[in-house]
Ligand binder design. Structure first.
Ligand code: AMP
Length: 288
């Protein structure tokens, strides 16, 4: 099937996106936005479907944003499949796929960036110090390009949703940020474009990340209030399965993203593990 047979329209320029979304709103319609880095899977599709159900017009973006990768990270190796992405978005009912080049998004060296203090500094922010400024900057641009809309993000990247939500609120951007649940493989591994980089052996042990977070959640539900005990039990489980590949496990406040000494009435458990080519993250919420 060629693009001509598809309902989704693929556009590559900022001007075309603006023109489409302005026209939708002018005619009384509502816009949904789902920013992605492509190599789409069921997790992305669940965000598309939510927008298609709730909004009259859905824009998905595919852009591997160089600003959010450190020089040592996997920008060049990030998996890409534009034709597969277009087919999946089409099947999910997406109206416009915005697939800009890096030149379209950043025609000149970037002098203006957006950074969100405090909630950007822990966990993913500690492991990847420039990451969230890159994310906040590209998402601010996408919000400016698409205009008033509801934007859908996955809780798989929980800290990212918190950063984006705070950025939109602090800058009075006319965007409602919606967090959607994490889609998982049957063994609990969170769906991720980066899973394609796992070797068979790594794939076999990777679900230990989610199992450790579930262990932490059950300890807290059973009355454990010392966050250090919870962290130690989670990291022991991961170390036993993987050896030295743990990056971090944390117990943090779900709103401030600051790590907790004592588990609160609400806590969020976070973890990251490093394999040869893939770095995986996950998180779960717990209420006691
Ligand atoms: P990415 O392409 O990895 O930047 O992800 C684009 C969006 O899809 C982000 O809001 C992610 O949080 C979300 N996403 C990625 N994986 C999943 C998943 N397994 N379940 C739900 N949402 C996801």
């Amino acid at each position: 099937m060629g693009w001509a047979d598809m309902a989704v329209e693929v556009v590559t320029t900022i001007a075309e996106v603006r023109q489409r979304t302005d026209a939708v709103r002018r005619h009384g319609g509502t816009v949904g936005l789902i920013p992605t880095m492509g190599y789409l899977h069921d997790g992305h599709v669940s965000l598309f479907e939510r927008s298609v159900a709730e909004r009259s017009f859905t824009v998905a973006t595919v852009f591997v944003n160089p600003l959010q990768f450190a020089p040592t990270e996997d920008l060049a190796a990030y998996p890409r499949d534009p034709d597969g992405d277009i087919a999946l978005a089409d099947a999910a009912g997406v109206d416009v796929m915005f697939m800009p080049s890096a030149d379209e998004m950043y025609p000149r060296p970037v002098l203006t960036t957006v950074s969100v203090a405090d909630i950007s500094t822990t966990m993913e922010g500690a492991s990847r110090p420039t990451h969230f400024a890159g994310v906040a900057t590209v998402v601010a641009k996408l919000f400016a390009i698409v205009g008033p809309c509801r934007a859908y993000f996955g809780e798989k990247d929980y800290q990212q949703v918190a950063v984006v939500r705070r950025m939109a609120s602090d800058l009075s951007l006319p965007v409602e940020v919606v967090a959607c649940p994490t889609l998982r493989e049957p063994d609990g591994l969170a769906r991720s474009s980066r899973n394609v980089h796992l070797t068979a052996d790594e794939r076999a042990v990777a679900p230990v990340l989610h199992r450790a977070l579930q262990l932490g959640a059950s300890l807290i539900r059973d009355g454990e209030t010392d966050a250090n005990v919870v962290r130690t039990r989670m990291s022991a489980m991961i170390d036993q399965a993987l050896g030295g590949e743990l990056d971090y496990v944390e117990v943090a406040d779900p709103d401030t993203l600051q790590t907790q000494v004592r588990c609160g009435p609400h806590s969020r458990l976070f973890g990251a593990i490093r394999f040869g080519r893939a770095r995986l993250i996950d998180n779960v919420g717990v209420t006691r």
